[in-house]
Design a protein around this ligand. Structure first.
Ligand code: PMP
Length: 407
């Protein structure tokens, strides 16, 4: 087809591109088309299939013609299952008009920001973070106030950093625990300390992205702001979904719990964009939330074994250092000492992006550079992959690094 020379993009898209992670995934797939040994550790999704009972519920929804438009922000039945989930797992009570369901947590987050931000409004985002947040905030007309959180504080925002980042224009603090990409987890004590700062700033709400709630490894229970600080609950939006907990990324169901006025504003955005989330997926999500839950523990145990494997393997590579993450399924490895080596400089491998290109093209391992998450000098390796793939990838990375160091 010919081109349309007069076409120009909307100014709204200035500085916003397709996610770098998606781009790297596509580059890896292209390479895989001609080389059958490419290992991708770039995906942000569990490699397990959707559980059979959930698949059957979806098939049954099709067979029984549950294939029409549903209520705009989700069916009453799924909202009831979500309310049961919040009660059972988080000790939180929400009414039906305090629940909103969209096509994934991603759409739900977009709805919140579109429904609440005015030009110049600020959202505090601890970094490294899922950079989709930053693009969404910009698309919604707001400004991200990115606060760098270092490895020394476990990649967590401190109360002092929060207090220093607050301004009269701050609308939200956006928390993500367990975190993509660092795996950092905020315990109840961390949240309580942040809550103390927020009590003195009644104009600031909290968006709590809990999508990795069930990919949490140690014994301390999962903590979320609205449950830890119940007095702040009216200004907390809790976001969650079935993608990561039940291996349902493709079904596209995410949800939020918040005060009714926030939920109603989100419904306006959804009403004029996508309308209801997929009717079939909503039926399947009810089965996921209400059905047997043992799949969560067994998959978490599998992820824990892979985490230990990949972190030990990374730390055995010269000049590579990786913290043991407490949650999610990513290792966030510090490559700065390696990148500082003269042997790499001589080969023009000066940053994490160049190192990822080397690993992809020379070792056939796809990894996402840390700069994509506001963590230059780091690499994010997803361990949502089999033990064999992880071992194979680690071998190749080690060989690749040794080759670089040998000059
Ligand atoms: N939040 C974070 C931190 C994520 O990593 C993702 C998925 N990559 C999402 C939200 C969105 O999940 P979904 O739209 O599949 O529910």
């Amino acid at each position: 087809m010919g081109r349309w020379p007069e076409f120009s993009r909307s100014a709204k898209l200035n500085g916003i591109g397709v996610s770098e992670i998606i781009r790297i995934g596509a580059e890896a797939r292209n390479l895989a088309a001609s080389h059958d040994d490419v290992i991708s550790l770039s995906a942000g999704e569990p490699d397990f299939p959707t559980p059979d009972n959930v698949k059957l519920a979806g098939i049954n929804a099709i067979s029984t013609n549950q294939t029409r438009y549903t209520a705009l922000d989700g069916t009453a039945e799924l909202k009831a299952a979500i309310r049961r989930k919040f009660r059972r797992e988080n000790g939180m009570d929400y009414a039906e008009n305090e629940i909103s369901i969209g096509a994934g947590a991603k759409q739900v987050l977009f709805n919140i920001l579109m429904a609440t931000l005015n030009p110049g409004d600020e959202v505090i985002v601890p970094s490294p973070c899922w950079t989709t947040y930053l693009d969404m905030i910009r698309l919604a007309g707001g400004m991200a106030r990115v606060v760098a959180c270092s490895e020394e504080t476990g990649f967590r925002l401190s109360p002092e950093q929060l207090a220093a980042a607050l301004t009269p224009r701050t609308r939200w603090l956006l928390l993500n625990s367990p975190s993509n990409p660092t795996g950092a987890v905020y315990r109840a004590a961390h949240l309580a300390a942040l809550g103390e700062v927020l009590r003195a700033a009644p104009h600031v709400g909290v968006i709590s992205d809990d999508i990795y709630e069930h990919v949490l490894y140690d014994t301390a229970p999962f903590a979320t702001m609205a449950a830890t600080c119940p007095d702040l609950k009216p200004r907390v939006v809790t976001v969650n979904g079935v993608s990561k907990a039940y291996s349902m990324t493709g079904w596209r169901v995410g949800y939020a719990a918040a005060a009714p006025e926030i939920i109603a504003a989100m419904a306006v955005v959804q009403s004029q964009s996508s309308s209801n989330p997929c009717s079939i997926s909503q039926v399947a999500a009810i089965e996921a939330l209400d059905g047997p839950q043992d799949v969560i523990a067994s998959r978490r145990d599998a992820f824990r074994g892979r985490r230990d494997r990949i972190v030990a393997g990374l730390n055995a590579i010269p000049h590579v250092h990786c913290l043991l993450p407490d949650g999610a399924f990513y290792a966030f490895a510090d490559m700065r000492a390696l990148l500082a080596r003269p042997e790499l400089k001589r080969r023009d491998i000066a940053d994490d992006a160049a190192l990822c290109r080397y690993f992809l093209h020379e070792c056939h391992v796809a990894i996402v550079p840390g700069f994509c998450f506001g963590g230059p000098g780091y690499l994010r390796l997803s361990y949502a992959a089999s033990d064999r793939m992880i071992d194979d990838a680690l071998d190749r990375l080690k060989t690749g690094v040794n080759r670089l160091l040998a000059g």
